[in-house]
Design a protein around this ligand. Structure first.
Ligand code: GUN
Length: 289
């Protein structure tokens, strides 16, 4: 079985971005800027944010993280987003999810200037995705698509099953897979699907974004299928994906591991979105790039 090496591909993407950023920083007279808001002390969120900071530093993106207490008021959070929206040196704004209980994450995400929405979660960017218009795309599904593209895995005419319908992964991924030019035939399964395994068995590609280990097993998939594992669970045995890797290895033609698969691609796409926003902001103030 072929391993889809997201970690290696993400390193190539970041190296390409580093070259582009060096040239752009010279022309524009400042580096791209990413601001991350982290409220509360959710340990996985802290790890994600640290990984994002490290990735930025490595390729020449200026990043700053605003740490807020879990009890921060909604007004204060919205005022911070307003201030970051107004800053000319901030191209991307990311509010790390989940926000602490009691916070209205939708209100925060909708407050971000869509041109700085490097997570692609704003309704304007989600709407542009639905319409097939250019815009900032959610990083995890964009990372999945980039990984498949760089592995020369063609989806046209193939059956794809997406497990999970979250706003962050399942929903946007289903739209990307079915978009003109990609041309997969897409089925979305979710917690109310009576027999998800039967759908998986018919699929050439299975994309699992459930967040529960062993959601995808070898006996659920078609021989030769491609399994893209987008789940992450913290277990007492360490980080686990959705797939039972041992049993799918015997049946699938290719699969992405966890860790080292889609996760690093997500961060690489965040870097890419920040550069995309940086270029758009430069053009807006008539800097030729
Ligand atoms: N928490 C888990 N995944 C994500 C993500 O892609 N973006 C943000 N902002 N928070 C997350």
């Amino acid at each position: 079985m072929r391993l889809l090496d997201g970690k290696g591909i993400a390193a190539v993407v970041r190296a390409e971005l580093a070259v582009e950023i060096r040239a752009l920083t010279g022309k524009i007279g400042r580096p791209p800027g990413l601001a991350v808001i982290l409220a509360g002390d959710d340990p996985p969120s802290r790890t994600y944010v640290r990984n994002k900071e490290r990735a930025c530093a490595e390729i020449g993106i200026h990043s700053e993280t605003v740490y807020l207490p879990a009890a921060v008021g909604q007004d204060e959070l919205l005022a911070l987003i307003d201030a970051l929206n107004a800053r000319a040196d901030v191209d991307g704004i990311l509010v790390q999810l989940p926000l602490p209980d009691g916070q209205d994450s939708r209100a925060c995400l909708e407050r971000i200037d869509p041109s700085k929405d490097v997570d692609g979660f704003h309704p304007v960017n989600m709407g542009r995705l639905m319409l097939g218009l250019p815009g900032l795309r959610p990083c995890t599904p964009a990372g999945v698509m980039e990984m498949l593209r760089r592995c020369s895995l063609n989806l046209a005419g193939k059956r794809a099953v997406v497990l999970g319908r979250s706003n962050i992964v399942g929903k946007p991924l289903a739209v990307m897979l079915g978009a003109k030019g990609i041309d997969a035939t897409v089925t979305v399964c979710h917690s109310a699907t009576p027999d998800a395994a039967a759908h998986c068995k018919e699929a050439d590609f299975v994309f699992s974004a459930v967040g529960k280990p062993e959601s995808v097993r070898g006996d659920m998939i078609k021989p030769g299928a491609v399994v893209v594992d987008i789940g992450i669970s913290v277990t007492d045995k360490g980080l686990r994906g959705d797939a039972d890797f041992a049993s799918i290895s015997a049946v699938a033609s290719a699969a992405s591991p966890v860790p080292g698969g889609v996760g690093p691609m997500t961060i690489a796409m965040l870097m890419g979105n920040t550069v995309q926003a940086f270029k758009a902001h430069a053009r807006k103030v008539r800097i030729e790039i």
